[in-house]
Structure formats: C-alpha cells, structure tokens
Design a protein around this ligand. Structure first.
Ligand code: KG4
Ligand code: ZN
Length: 345
C-alpha cells in the first residue's frame, strides 16, 4: 500500500510518498523561511499563498521522482491540524480534491502525531511502549506512547513551547527568524558558565515545563549591557540559555522514565534537531541503561514524510475523511481520537 501526503500546517510545504513495504519513496519540501524572516515571524496570509503556489508542483514532482502515477497511490493523507487555519485549508483542499479526482480515500492526520512517530521512519526505531519528548515551535510535551494511537500526555509547557522560547530568545539576541537553529550554532562558540539562568519548575512535582521566565532572565541580562552586546557575549548568553533548556528537559524526562519504568526515549519536533539536546539525552540514556531515538535532522522540523507515515497507520485503521473539507487549527494530541471518532473529520 502507498500513500501520498501533504503537509502545510505552517511555513513548510511537504509532499511525500510512503510505501508500507518499501518505506519512504520520495520526500519533497519547500521551506518559506526566507520569506517570513523579513517580517521576523510567520505571516499567515503569505504562508497560505505560498502553499497554494507550491502544493501542486510538489505533488507532480513527488510522483515523477518516484516513477509513480495516481493509480499507484491508495490514499491521499494530509495534515488537518493543529496549525494555521489558512495554511491547513490549502493542503486539505488540494489533498481532498486529488483524492476525489483520483477516486481514492483521503485521510486527515494530526501534525503532532506526525512528529511523534517521525523516528519510525528510521531503520533504528523504538518498539512500543516508549516515552516521547515532543519539542516543537508550538508544543512541548512528555507523552507515554503505549502503542500506535494510544497516547497519555504526562506533562506539557504551562507557557511558551521550547521552540518558541528559542525563537523569542534569539530575537532578543538580534538573531533572525526562526532563531532556534542559529541560536544553537552561536551557542557552540559560547563560554560555559559565564552566565547562569534559572531552571523554572525544575524541582516542581510532575512533568510540566515553563520557559517564559527563562526568556525574561535573558532579557534582563541583556539590559545590563546597555545595548553594547559583543558577539562573544551573545554566544555566552545563547549557551547559558540552551544549557538551561536542556537541563529542564533532561530532568523532566528522567523523572518520567523513572516513574513509568520505560527505558526507550523518543525525541521529536523541531527542537530535537538541537545537537546539544541530542547528545545530552544520549548520555543520559546511556547512564540509565536505556536507548534514545530521534529522527534524522530533516525529519525533526516540519516535513511530508512524517505525515505520510502517520497517515498510513491511520489509513490502515480505516480512517477516511468525508467529502466536506475540514481542518482543525486546534487539535490537541490528548483528544486525537475524539476527533476521529466524532466523524467530524
Ligand atoms: O516542529 P517544527 O518544525 O514546527 C512546529 O510544528 O512548531 O519546529 C520548529 C521549531 C522552531 O521554534 C525552531 O526554532 C526550532 O524548532 N528549532 C530548533 C532547532 N531547529 C529548529 N531549536 C533549537 N535548536 C535547533 N537546532
Ligand atoms: Zn511541526
């Protein structure tokens, strides 16, 4: 069986084809990052227009690069939420229309489930059950994954998501949007322990996170320099910020692993591309005699491949969308099944 996917929840248009026997056959991505960087953040209307421009050409490219025709596709799967409503509508409309024209089912997919299962695209993949740390631009969660479609949210951010904190802190340091990856590159040149930021909620019971105080701490440290921030100081601040985020994520995951008795940890979502986080989690899991799994870097941030994988699993479970085109800008992972079973998809 083969599915063709369309991802358009934010600022990346992704199209992929996944075969349940052969794996990923093609993965096409167009990133709008350069366009939005000029405005310091994603401009939703511009994002929708660019998805309109790119979605169909990427579908054509996906088919031609994999040597397939629409007859070889069993279902069209697409991101139905969460995300920007206009951007989602473009992907859903293209997907639903292609499915209608090709006389195939259409399958709505939850973007966060896509991120969560992205490590399943790799040869070295976890076995159910496992613990997952989902760290993206909009979400930070610890999820107990019992099986496919059986998720228990153990903790989440009470304010900013980890990626959001990276982006906002990057902005404070004068780094262009989206700052996460660039802040991390800058942190590599930082002097360890020149600055030390608080670790909010580190010792609180439970598994929730808070990152907005950290961003405020960076902003106060910057004020002390009265607009005279040299490059080395920026790098030192970036490193201190990154260290604090990694420490918080590590502490909460350690607690969740201990309390659940699970010994496999998946890290997924845009921030899982962070090298410092990846190596810190790897050594933590070695100490705990467990294993860590993360997707290759291009599958950490938004992409069509992860939607194709999750869509294939939903398709196999018999999910298919009605003719009406519906998207769900807010579709929490905690109520993923309610949406599927309500038939509103
Ligand atoms: O998962 P994603 O592509 O989009 C959402 O679903 O939100 O995540 C994007 C987020 C952005 O906040 C970006 O700055 C962050 O992931 N990010 C990083 C790195 N690469 C991307 N944050 C820290 N270090 C990185 N290397
Ligand atoms: Zn995402």
């Amino acid at each position: 069986m083969r599915v063709l996917s369309i991802e358009s929840s934010c600022d990346e248009t992704g199209v992929a084809v996944y075969d349940d026997q052969k794996g990923l056959l093609t993965n096409q991505l167009y990133s709008q990052i350069k366009m939005h960087a000029e405005y310091g953040g994603v401009v939703p209307e511009l994002a929708s227009r660019d998805h309109i421009r790119k979605a169909v050409p990427l579908v054509k490219e996906a088919l031609s690069s994999s040597g397939l025709t629409p007859d070889d596709i069993d279902a069209v799967v697409y991101t139905a939420g969460p995300g920007l409503v206009g951007a989602l509508m473009v992907g859903a409309t293209v997907a639903r229309t292609l499915a209608y024209a090709w006389d195939k089912p259409a399958v709505p997919v939850n973007h966060m489930e896509g991120h969560l299962l992205a490590p399943m695209l790799e040869e070295n993949r976890p076995e159910y059950p496992f613990l997952a740390l989902l760290v993206s631009g909009g979400h930070t969660m610890i999820v107990r994954v019992n099986d496919f479609a059986s998720y228990e949210i153990m903790g989440e951010s009470v304010d900013d998501a980890a990626g959001e904190a990276f982006d906002k802190t990057a902005k404070l340091l004068g780094i262009p949007y989206p700052g996460g990856a660039l802040l991390s590159a800058l942190a590599e040149k930082g002097t360890k322990d020149r600055f030390k930021f608080p670790r909010p909620m580190l010792n609180h019971q439970g598994y929730n996170f808070s990152f907005s105080g950290l961003k405020t701490a960076v902003s106060l440290a910057i004020k002390d320099f009265d607009g005279e921030l040299d490059e080395q100081t920026k790098a030192d601040l970036a490193l201190a910020f990154e260290d604090a985020v990694v420490d918080i994520l590590k502490a909460k995951c350690t607690r969740a692993l201990r309390d659940t008795g699970l010994n496999q940890l998946v890290i997924a979502g845009g921030v899982s591309a962070n090298k410092h986080l990846r190596s810190a989690m790897k050594s933590m899991m070695e100490q705990l005699h467990g294993k860590v799994f993360y997707p290759r870097t291009e599958f950490c941030t938004d992409n069509g491949a992860m939607i194709a994988y999750a869509g294939m699993q939903r398709f196999k479970k018999g999910v298919s969308a009605s003719r009406e085109i519906c998207v769900f800008p807010r579709w929490p992972l905690s109520s993923i099944d309610e949406m599927y079973s309500s038939k509103s998809v």
